[in-house]
Ligand binder design. Structure first.
Ligand code: ZN
Ligand code: ZN
Length: 344
């Protein structure tokens, strides 16, 4: 089978690989019919996340179950399924608390041996461990490219909103309008936020957030702090979501939140930097950080997609073939695409 593999920073290649085979009673084998390229794939592409040369990458997928082990109960051979970006054991102490994203035996698709040695989804076939937890049937009438958001990007945007305990009537600001930020805009509105301020410096992304019902604010051509203060009688918003994941947006988030408000950091923070902790303390802010618990949210996210409350379809800007993967990564890297969907 053909698979998209990491070779060296800036270099990916299509390689012929052996067909994966079931190893465990709760494994499933999936014929991948659509896979997404994601921001975290770019970290691998640039060598910031170390992955062995020849490792198959990709972690967002929709396809059909070709084989299932005897313990697989939730899905059956022939089912059209979507997957979550990682697998969890469901039995460790963290999983038993429902915190699947911190599973002690968690494994992430397409992230090399350091994250569980699980070959990726940008391939013709994919071995899926713990299929009862990892896979869901795609609901009737939902397209492949929409379904693949449920197990990753939309699940992450949704997490940033529920993790902040966003309530009906809240005001929300979302910093960074990449795919996760745009999904957070939709999820905040679905959660009942009355006003959502969307901050970025890319005109098309601001425009899309506006179409979703947010109030766009240009990061540098406007004054986000002044605009948010003016709109909230000087108080700031109830919830700020940082979908960038750097000290600078986190500092802005702290300044935009109202006293005793919540800041939800969903972007992947790396390295160190200056954050005004004194201001966060003084304001009594609740800071909530970390990777999304997508396995815990995927059913609700799918229900919201079916109900039309969440709709990631406009985020899919490019469709390409698996063999065009090298070109697709260059395109995604140039930030011209919001979401590239690869099909075999
Ligand atoms: Zn992803
Ligand atoms: Zn676990």
């Amino acid at each position: 089978m053909r698979a998209v593999t990491f070779q060296a920073p800036g270099e990916i290649r299509i390689e012929e690989k052996p067909e994966p085979e079931l190893n465990a009673a709760d494994d499933a084998l999936v014929r991948v019919e659509a896979s997404g390229i994601c921001g975290s794939d770019l970290h691998i592409f640039h060598g910031r996340v170390p992955v062995e040369p020849g490792f198959t990458i990709g972690h967002e997928f929709v396809g059909t179950v070709l084989e299932a082990g005897p313990d697989v109960e939730r899905v059956a051979v022939g089912d059209r399924v979507l997957g979550c970006f990682h697998v969890a054991c469901a039995t460790c102490a963290t999983c038993l608390r429902g915190d699947y994203h911190r599973c002690e035996r968690g494994r992430t698709f397409g992230h090399g041996s350091r994250l569980g040695d699980l070959q990726g989804a940008q391939a013709e076939r994919l071995l899926v461990p713990r299929a009862n937890l990892t896979l869901r049937r795609v609901p009737e009438g939902i397209s492949d490219e929409v379904a693949l958001f449920a197990g990753d990007v939309m699940g992450t945007g949704f997490h940033s909103v529920v993790h902040a305990d966003t309530r009906v009537g809240d005001s929300v600001a979302v910093l960074g309008l990449g795919p996760v930020g745009l999904c957070a805009v939709q999820a905040a509105l679905a959660a009942g936020a009355t006003r959502v301020f969307a901050v970025d410096s890319v005109a098309q992304r601001l425009e899309m957030a506006g179409r979703f019902g947010a109030e766009p604010i240009h990061l540098t051509e406007e004054d986000p702090k002044g605009s948010v203060r003016a709109a909230t009688e000087g108080r700031g918003v109830d919830v700020v979501i940082d979908a960038v994941g750097d000290p600078e947006p986190l500092a802005l988030a702290i300044s935009l939140a109202r006293d005793a408000g919540t800041v939800s950091g969903i972007g992947a923070y790396a390295g160190r930097g200056e954050v005004p902790l004194g201001l966060a303390w003084l304001k009594g802010l609740d800071l909530r950080l970390g990777l999304a618990n997508v396995l815990a949210h995927v059913d609700r996210v799918l229900d919201l997609i079916v109900a039309g409350k969440l709709d990631p379809a406009p985020l899919v800007t490019h469709h390409m073939k698996l063999e065009q993967a090298a070109e697709a990564y260059d395109l995604y890297d140039s930030r011209e695409a919001l979401k590239v969907v690869l099909t075999p």
